[in-house]
Design a protein. Structure first.
Length: 440
């Protein structure tokens, strides 16, 4: 589970070192754990898995050491194996008596190598990583996974990278609850690895519930994130979507003037045109072409553009998918694109993107504050008009969320920080220039 102790890169490295050391010595308890999870006592298979886990641990150590966010106040790795190890370290830390906190000098010396449960964390993670992913849910008809909003005025609260039950996420949840939106959408990422316990924690703090604390169905939606995929999205589909009665990882909300397309960009690693998600792509193209009089807003976990070189290179496939989509539909088919993944908040230059690209990925993970709108000197980078510059606590970037107030052909966009104050991103008003599609 998400835990301050597992945010410390040195704690992760210590756990990996402990596992490597014990596996090199063929520690009986660890070898038995490998046998139990392998479902065999075959010496050749056990040896293969022992060597493979040592290699995975060493690769994970290298990843932690080279990760540019290692020194951030809340280190969250994008490497699947490291993320799973973080989850299992956090779960272990929560069960200790007294619980491990975040002070490396006291906690690791107190529990450290003397507690064999630390060394088990990478073994559990290794086998979880290699389990089969949840099958992608496909549609049978263009009208599958469509919700009709017949009211002229309604509100949508959107948060991204929010799936960790820390104080910041809970503050945002309360703010959303107090606003009483008609819809709440999470753009994905349940930390560290989308396990069943972590997904349940998201449901426990969900801001749109009935009197019993049960999420409101047909009003609550969640997209798949890369961290959910660390567990093959098994718990995202089996826990979160099940609770929401959301049948698939993509959906459409239609009003008289607007369509909001929630899309699964994580299942195929930041790609919408991959064969694994071909049915979603076909559904998207068909829906965009079916009603050309509506303005469309895409919602994804991953970013199609970025002002930062590494993130911009990571976004190449999704950006290309967007261009392909415009070619298969029409040049103005995308009015706006709202996304997360990158733990920042930014308004990109509309004249460059051809649509309103908005990054709101700043839901609960502490990170260094943004200070500049300047894009990196890389041809793939997209300049920003505004970035979120407010800070919180010890000077970390403040977390935030977005509230859309739809009123006929207009949408008022409010960016709201975790303290309830307006973000340094300015309020916007978006206006559809298309005639719409009146309900019969």
């Amino acid at each position: 589970m998400f835990h301050l102790f597992s945010n410390k890169d040195q704690n992760i490295t210590n756990v990996l070192d402990s596992t490597i050391k014990r596996l090199n010595a063929k520690d009986p308890a660890l070898m038995q754990e490998i046998a139990n999870r392998s479902g065999t006592q075959d010496p050749a298979i056990l040896e293969l898995n022992r060597v493979s886990i040592i290699s995975a641990c060493q690769n994970a150590k290298n990843h932690v050491a080279s990760d540019p966010t290692t020194d951030s106040p809340g280190f969250v790795s994008r490497d699947p194996f490291v993320g799973l190890v973080q989850t299992n370290i956090g779960q272990n830390a929560s069960t200790l008596d007294p619980p491990a906190l975040a002070n490396l000098a006291s906690d690791w010396q107190q529990y450290g190598d003397a507690d064999p449960r630390w060394a088990l964390c990478p073994i559990v993670s290794f086998f979880s990583l290699h389990d089969k992913p949840h099958p992608f849910v496909e549609q049978g008809d263009i009208l599958d996974f469509v919700w009709m909003e017949r009211s002229a005025k309604f509100t949508i609260a959107i948060m991204a990278d929010w799936g960790a039950p820390n104080d910041t996420a809970k503050m945002i949840s309360k703010l959303i609850k107090d606003k009483g939106p008609d819809y709440v959408i999470h753009l994905g990422d349940v930390y560290y690895a989308g396990t069943q316990l972590e997904c349940q924690a998201v449901l426990d703090m969900w801001p749109l519930c009935d009197a019993t604390g049960t999420p409101l169905v047909d009003r609550s939606f969640a997209l798949n994130g890369n961290h959910e995929m660390f567990c093959g999205a098994r718990n995202y589909f089996g826990t979160i979507l099940k609770a929401f009665h959301q049948p698939a990882s993509f959906f459409r909300i239609q009003s008289e003037y607007w369509q909001f397309f929630g899309l699964d960009s994580a299942y195929a690693g930041g790609c919408l045109t991959h064969p694994a998600v071909q049915s979603q792509w076909n559904w998207l193209v068909a829906n965009l072409n079916a009603i050309p009089t509506l303005s469309n807003i895409l919602l994804t976990h991953h970013q199609p553009v970025s002002a930062h070189a590494q993130e911009a290179h990571d976004a190449q496939q999704l950006r290309a998918d967007g261009e392909t989509l415009l070619g298969l539909t029409r040049p103005d088919a995308i009015f706006g694109w709202i996304f997360g993944h990158q733990h920042e908040a930014a308004v990109y230059d509309d004249s460059v993107t051809k649509y309103k690209a908005r990054l709101i990925g700043n839901g609960c993970i502490p990170h260094a504050a943004q200070v500049s709108i300047a894009a990196d000197h890389d041809p793939l980078c997209t300049p920003c008009d505004f970035v979120s510059t407010r800070t919180w606590g010890d000077g970390n970037a403040i977390s935030s969320w977005m509230l859309l107030t739809v009123d006929g052909p207009q949408i008022t966009v409010d960016y709201i920080d975790q303290d309830g104050e307006p973000s340094s991103l300015p309020k916007e008003v978006w206006t559809s220039t298309l005639p719409g599609q009146p309900f019969k």
